[in-house]
Design a protein around this ligand. Structure first.
Ligand SMILES: Nc1ncnc2c1ncn2[C@@H]1O[C@H](COP(=O)(O)OP(=O)(O)O)[C@@H](O)[C@H]1O
Ligand SMILES: Nc1ccn([C@@H]2O[C@H](COP(=O)(O)OP(=O)(O)O)[C@@H](O)[C@H]2O)c(=O)n1
Length: 226
C-alpha cells in the first residue's frame, strides 16, 4: 500500500519553496503547510501589540495567547490570527523586515516546531521553511533544499510584488533578502541549513514547472519501489 509520506522543503527566501510545495501537494493530494506564514503571523501580532521582537519572553507570551489558523482555499493559504484574516498583512514590508528577529529565539522555535510536528503526524504533508529537514521532520521521507542565486531570487520577488501592485525596488529587495538569509543562517537554534540527507536543487535556471516535475519524479519513482 502507498504510504502517505512527509516531504520537507527548505531553502533561502525566494528560492521558490512555497510555490513548488503548493503544486507538489496538489499533485499528490497532500496538505501544504507554510511554516514561514506561522512566523510571519506571530510577527504581525508582535507589531500589533507594540512588543519588542528581541524580547523572547514577551514574544513567547504573545505566541501562547494567540490563536493561529492556516487554511487552504482554492489553492491559496489563508492565515487567521484571533479570527482576523491576516493573509495579506503578513506579507507586508513591516512584517518581512522583522520576522527573522522573532524567529531567532530558542523558546519560540521549540513551540513552533511542536505545532508543526503535530500538523504532520498523520503524514501526507508537504511542509516548507528553513528547518523542516533538520529540526521539524528529521525523518521526512523526502528532503529537498531549493536554492537560486540571490540576484535571481530578488528578481522573482520583485516581479511578484509589481504584479501584486506593491511598491518594489530591486536593489533594496536584494539587500533585504541577503540580510534575512544572513540572520536566518547565523542564528543559534536550527539555522537555515541544508540537512545532510537533503537533495539540493539549484533552481536559478529552472522554471517553476521544471522544478515541480523534477521533485515529483523523484517522489513517484522512489515510492514505486517502496
Ligand atoms: N523556478 C522559478 N522560476 C521563476 N520564478 C519562480 C520560480 N520559483 C518561484 N518563482 C517565483 O518567485 C517568487 C518567490 O517564490 P516563493 O515560492 O514565494 O519563494 P519562497 O517560498 O522560497 O520564498 C514567486 O513569485 C514565484 O512565482
Ligand atoms: N521554518 C521556518 C520558516 C520561516 N522562518 C522564518 O520566517 C521568515 C519568513 O519565512 P517565509 O518562508 O515566509 O519567507 P519567504 O521565503 O517567503 O520570504 C524567514 O526569513 C525565517 O526568519 C523560520 O525561521 N523557520
Amino acid at each position: 500500500m502507498m504510504t502517505r509520506a512527509n516531504i520537507a522543503i527548505d531553502g533561502p527566501a525566494g528560492a521558490g519553496k512555497s510555490t513548488v510545495a503548493k503544486k507538489l501537494a496538489a499533485e499528490l493530494g497532500y496538505t501544504y503547510i507554510d511554516t514561514g506564514a506561522m512566523y510571519r503571523a506571530l510577527t504581525w501580532k508582535v507589531l500589533q501589540e507594540q512588543a519588542d521582537p528581541e524580547n523572547e519572553s514577551a514574544v513567547l507570551h504573545i505566541l501562547q495567547q494567540m490563536h493561529l489558523e492556516l487554511d487552504m482555499k482554492n489553492g491559496n493559504v489563508f492565515v487567521t490570527v484571533d479570527e482576523k484574516d491576516v493573509t495579506d498583512a503578513i506579507r507586508q514590508q513591516d512584517v518581512t523586515s522583522l520576522v527573522s528577529f522573532t524567529a531567532r529565539h530558542a523558546r519560540i522555535r521549540s513551540e513552533m516546531v511542536e505545532k508543526q510536528k503535530k500538523l504532520a503526524e498523520k503524514g501526507g504533508t508537504v511542509m516548507d521553511g528553513r528547518d523542516i529537514g533538520t529540526a521539524v521532520l528529521p525523518d521526512a521521507s523526502f528532503k529537498f533544499f531549493l536554492n537560486a542565486t540571490v540576484e535571481e531570487r530578488a528578481k522573482r520577488r520583485h516581479a511578484e510584488q509589481l504584479q501584486k501592485g506593491m511598491q518594489s525596488d530591486l536593489t533594496q529587495l536584494q539587500t533585504e533578502i541577503a540580510e534575512r538569509d544572513r540572520i536566518d543562517s547565523e542564528r543559534e537554534t536550527a539555522p537555515l541549513k541544508k540537512a545532510d540527507d537533503a537533495l539540493e536543487v539549484d533552481t536559478t535556471a529552472m522554471t517553476i514547472d521544471e522544478v515541480v516535475s523534477f521533485l515529483l519524479g523523484i517522489v513517484r519513482e522512489v515510492k514505486r519501489y517502496e
